[in-house]
Design a protein around this ligand. Sequence first.
Ligand SMILES: Nc1ncnc2c1ncn2[C@@H]1O[C@H](COP(=O)(O)OP(=O)(O)O)[C@@H](O)[C@H]1O
Ligand SMILES: [Mg+2]
Length: 367
Amino acid sequence: MSEPKLGVSAEGIAKRYQHRIKGEVWAARDVDLAVQPGEFLTLLGPSGCGKTTVLRMIAGFEMPDTGRVLFGGRDVTTLPANQRDIGFVFQNYALFPHLTVFDNVAYGLRVRNKADAEIRRAVNDVLALVGLAGYEPQFSSQLSGGEQQRVALARAIVIQPGVLLFDEPLSNLDARLRVLMRHEIRSLQRRLGITTIYVTHDQEEAMAVSDRIVVMNQGRLVQVGSAEDLYLRPRSDFVARFIGRINSIEARVVAVDDAGVELMALGRRLRVPRPDMAVAEGQAVQLMIRPEALHATAADDAQAWPATVSNCSFLGEKIELHLDCAGQRLLLVRPGGAGAALPEGQALGVTADPAAMLLLPAQDKPS
Ligand SMILES: Nc1ncnc2c1ncn2[C@@H]1O[C@H](COP(=O)(O)OP(=O)(O)O)[C@@H](O)[C@H]1O
Ligand SMILES: [Mg+2]
């Protein structure tokens, strides 16, 4: 498989629907994307945020109301899906139940009038690639969910598309199989080097497979970056809370200088590095701290916030401590192991590395 890799871009695409109850709905708005050749890019966001709509416009199943879609620099906005160079894996697989595995996978090649010998070779190769060698004569209705998923994947890649598109391909599988399949999809994509756009609402899945993640909310792109970028440097409350878990502490700015910001938070004064956003003395802000960036110290630690354990969950490789700190609930996560769990009611001190503290604007309304 050595098709040239294609970059994909969307320039200001938008789609509006007439909804029976909600009236006019912008399913997608002002969407600008540039997917690099060979890149694995994921659209991530809550249900209804417009992920499928964007993917279907890129595939050519929907026509954008405004904007353009380009494949390898070529404008394909008005080109139907079957004339774009794509393989598409649907959430429900959309296999033909009355056809065998072989015929399901061969379908796209027959439509393209390939010779029988070539079809046989290509189908056998791709079935071996997805771990289904020998399954050729089975009917797809007789396969397990995981096997159907592999057939759907084989069918999408057998035509050697320049671009591979996935819409929540793992959501019908059980948790263990989802994790296994996401690694297989990722390693297959790496080996074939196909430019890939993947849709999921599952942040962990997105973080596990993607080169870059595009976070969407209410039809718009809100932040684009690697998993690490989004986790460590979220630029909004929405991204901070959607990617992983985070403690949000109400704080007030007491002083600002070139190097940093002094805050009052939970009754303590502390200093954090200067944030990206503008801050002024007296301003209310949110101090955001990831659970694993909080550390437990001695109850009499004068540098720490005093807290008590309200709940401790031993989860094997990690321990989750729910803490009460001056009436605020905090979550602290640390590695498991003997002696890591603490009893309810235990008093302790809580600290955090200033470099792991993030400032965001105060929220207007309680979430
Ligand atoms: N064919 C349609 N007709 C009317 N509204 C639609 C249609 N498709 C999607 N929508 C609306 O557009 C919004 C985005 O939908 P969708 O792209 O399916 O989101 P996601 O895939 O992120 O769950 C939702 O509010 C949905 O109800
Ligand atoms: Mg969807």
